[in-house]
Ligand binder design. Structure first.
Ligand code: ZN
Length: 282
């Protein structure tokens, strides 16, 4: 069954409860094994995402890894702030940033929508509507699926109760949604819920590797957990955006760079690292 027609089929069952209840409804219907398996697969996937994230919720997966220290972060913040502050301020002026949108689900979707109309219109119509923005297939699939899932779990499109949830509860709820991984959930935690986790996107991940802030050959999820545990709280928000600005513009640190140009910031960070290694070994 195609994804879109499967979503419509789910809507027709009218079941608005949790995954367990959806299973029961399907069994009472003539419900095919396919759909039951899919629902079971969904909860297993949500459980798996949660279990892989939960152990590092409050501590680094590399507790003995020495970098970055709070002083490294402070130093880096000053270096990058000097170079990239203007760029970041320009970005924050955009009235469409999620921070200015009051409700949780609007913020996840990135805009204030008439959810009912979107669901009624179906994925294809949404895809056609947002085509000019790029990545329209991925976006429309994600939006339709999120709306469907939120309505199935809660009976409405209101996630504002997450404002009162603990970090752990909020993260667990967010990871329940198909298409919502730890990175996306962290962005929601940061932008919408103001929980201030340190978010690692592709630029931050690359720079953390280049600058020796993570062990070699680690994953982005573990990098996020490590940096969330090590970057001082007051610097998390700014440092995240400064590192992205740096990762986009520095000829030596940007993605796929073969440039032999040196990066002053990176050299300074590496020099701090060397000094520390020398003093600890000698
Ligand atoms: Zn650089």
């Amino acid at each position: 069954m195609q994804r879109s027609s499967r979503l419509r089929a789910n809507a027709r069952t009218g079941s608005l409860g949790l995954a367990r209840e959806r299973r029961r409804v399907r069994q009472n219907d003539d419900g095919s094994n396919d759909e039951r398996d899919e629902t079971e697969g969904d909860s297993r996937l949500a459980e798996k995402k949660w279990l892989s994230w939960a152990p590092t919720a409050t501590s680094s997966p590399f507790p003995s890894f020495p970098s970055p220290t709070p002083a490294d972060c402070e130093e880096t913040y000053h270096m990058l702030n000097h170079r990239h502050r203007a760029t970041i301020e320009e970005e924050f002026k955009d009235p469409n940033t999620p921070e200015t949108i009051p409700h949780m689900l609007d913020a996840i979707m990135g805009s204030v929508f008439a959810y009912e109309k979107i669901v009624a219109g179906g994925r294809q119509k949404l895809e056609d509507t947002i085509r000019c923005g790029g990545l329209h297939v991925r976006k429309s699939t994600f939006i339709t699926s999120m709306l469907q899932q939120v309505h199935e779990r809660h009976g409405n499109w209101d996630l504002d109760y997450l404002f009162d949830a603990t970090d752990e509860q909020a993260m667990k709820e967010l990871l329940n949604y198909k298409g919502m991984g730890p990175k996306c959930a962290f962005v929601v935690m940061s932008w919408c819920l103001k929980r201030n986790p340190f978010t690692v996107d592709t630029h931050v991940f690359r720079i953390a590797g280049l600058w020796g802030w993570i062990p070699e050959k680690t994953t982005r999820e573990k990098t996020q957990a490590h940096l969330d545990a090590t970057v001082p709280k007051k610097l998390k928000f700014d440092l995240h955006f400064l590192l992205i600005a740096h990762g986009r513009t520095c000829p030596a640190c940007r993605g796929g760079s073969k440039s032999k140009e040196s990066c002053e910031a990176r050299e300074e960070v590496n020099a701090r690292l060397r000094t520390r290694e020398e003093s600890s070994s000698g």
